[in-house]
Design a protein around this ligand. Structure first.
Ligand code: SF4
Ligand code: SF4
Length: 91
């Protein structure tokens, strides 16, 4: 989704850089360019692009990422926004 931006300053995405091992899994699974690859770690480059799907946190082997609600499914998050209901992935 080129040009997509979440409401500025409200996303809950957090990264603990001390836990990050640099595997880059979060970059692979994130549907938006939220993260930036560093030499041996990642950084959150653009948090306002995060839709709080939780795919990164659920796939991080070190537990370095935290996001709420983070159900692990972008479609569920978007459906929750449209229907104004709690996100739920039933795939
Ligand atoms: S998935 Fe976790 S450990 Fe891997 S690069 Fe991302 S934050 Fe670091
Ligand atoms: S919660 Fe989803 S959109 Fe946000 S950084 Fe993680 S994978 Fe990307």
């Amino acid at each position: 989704m080129t040009g997509f931006a979440y409401i500025r300053g409200v996303t809950t995405i957090e990264l603990d850089p001390l836990l990050c091992n640099g595997c880059m899994m979060c970059i692979k699974v994130c549907p938006h360019p939220v993260f930036e690859a560093l030499k041996r770690a990642v950084a959150i480059r653009e948090p306002n692009l995060c839709i709080e799907c939780g795919a990164c946190a659920l796939n991080c082997p070190e537990g370095a990422l935290n996001v709420n609600p983070g159900v692990g499914c972008a479609a569920a998050i978007l459906k929750g926004w449209v229907t104004r209901s709690k996100p739920d992935c039933s795939c």
